[in-house]
Design a protein around this ligand. Structure first.
Ligand code: ATR
Length: 269
C-alpha cells in the first residue's frame, strides 16, 4: 500500500484526504492519504523521515510551505515562488514542487479563460498571492499585484521583475480593475465573513474573469458582486481541486479522475 500525507498545522479539517482517496478508489489504487502535524522545529527530519520510511508523497500546507524548501530539491517553479506544496520521493533527494501555480492556471483553463496576452490583477501578496502572481505572469499575462501593505506587493514585484510584474496599494484597484481581463483574490478577505470583499463592486465588469482563492464560503461577496456585474466567476474550490489534481498526477503518473475529485470536494463545501 502507498501512503501519502499532508503536513501542516492545523490539518484536521483539510479536504485533501477525501479528495485524494476518492481518486485512489476511482483508479483502484491501493493507497491512503493521511494528515500529519510535525514538530515545527523538526521539519527537515520530518521530510527525511518520510523519505526513509517509504512515504509515497507529501503535500505541504501552512505554515510549512517555505520551511521545507531547504530540505528538498525545488523545481524552478517552486524556487521562483519560494514555496513548496508537494514533495515527490523518487531517486535521490526529495523534490519540491509548487502545484498551487498549476492550480491557478488549470482553474482558468477549465473555464476557458485565456491567460496569455491578457491583463491580470492579483489582490494579496502573501503565499497565495505569490503563487497566483507567478502563475499568471509566467503564463503570459501582464500582471499587477495590489496589497494592503504596499511594501509587500513591491517586494513581490521586485522578485518577479523578469516577468514584468507591477505593484501598488489597494487604492490602485480603482484604476486597474476596469482595464483588466483577469482578477484574482489571494487575500483572506471574505473568508468566514460573507459580507466583505477586497475589491469595490463598482469596478467589476462583464469582460472580467474573477477567481477567488477563498473557498469558505464558496460564493464569496466578491464572486456575488462579480456575477452581478456579468463577469465570469471561478470559485476557490477549482484552485483547490487543480492543485490536488496536479499533485496526484506528479505522484502517480496517471491522469487524475478530475470529476470524481471535484465531486468529493463539493460534497463537503
Ligand atoms: P497566505 O499565505 O494565505 O497568502 P498571508 O501570507 O497571511 O496568507 O497573506 C494574507 C494576505 O491577505 C496578505 O496579502 C494580507 O495583506 P497584508 O500583506 O497587508 O497583511 C491580506 N489581508 C488579510 N486581511 C486583510 C484585510 N482585512 N484587508 C486587506 N488585505 C488583507
Amino acid at each position: 500500500m502507498d501512503v501519502y500525507g499532508l503536513i501542516g498545522r492545523p490539518v484536521e479539517h483539510s479536504l485533501s484526504p477525501p479528495m485524494h482517496e476518492a481518486a485512489y478508489e476511482a483508479h483502484s489504487l491501493d493507497a491512503r492519504y493521511v494528515t500529519l502535524e510535525p514538530d515545527p522545529d523538526r521539519i527537515g527530519e520530518a521530510v527525511a523521515g518520510a523519505d526513509a520510511i517509504g512515504v509515497a508523497g507529501l503535500n505541504v500546507t501552512v505554515p510549512f510551505k517555505q520551511d521545507v524548501l531547504p530540505h528538498v530539491e525545488p523545481t524552478p517553479t517552486a524556487e521562483a515562488v519560494g514555496a513548496v506544496n508537494t514533495i515527490t520521493f523518487d531517486d535521490g533527494a526529495p523534490e519540491g514542487h509548487n502545484t498551487d501555480v498549476a492550480g491557478v492556471v488549470r482553474a482558468f483553463a477549465h473555464h476557458d479563460v485565456e491567460i496569455d496576452g491578457q491583463s491580470a490583477v492579483v489582490v494579496g501578496a502573501g503565499g497565495a498571492g505569490r503563487a497566483a502572481t507567478y502563475a499568471l505572469a509566467d503564463a503570459g499575462a501582464e500582471t499587477f499585484v495590489a496589497n494592503r501593505t504596499v511594501e509587500r506587493a513591491e517586494a513581490l514585484a521586485a522578485d518577479f521583475s523578469a516577468l514584468g510584474v507591477d505593484a501598488g496599494g489597494l487604492a490602485a484597484l480603482d484604476e486597474r480593475v476596469p482595464e483588466a481581463d483577469i482578477l484574482v483574490n489571494a487575500t483572506s478577505v471574505g473568508m468566514d465573513a460573507p459580507d466583505t470583499s477586497p475589491v469595490p463592486a463598482d469596478v467589476l465588469h462583464e469582460e472580467l474573469a474573477v477567481l477567488d482563492a477563498v473557498y469558505s464560503p464558496l460564493r464569496t461577496k466578491l464572486l456575488r458582486d462579480a456575477a452581478t456585474a456579468g463577469a465570469e466567476t471561478v470559485d476557490g474550490a477549482w484552485m483547490l481541486l487543480y492543485q490536488g489534481v496536479a499533485a496526484f498526477e506528479r505522484w502517480t503518473g496517471v491522469d487524475a479522475p478530475v470529476a470524481v475529485m471535484n465531486e468529493s470536494l463539493r460534497d463537503r463545501l
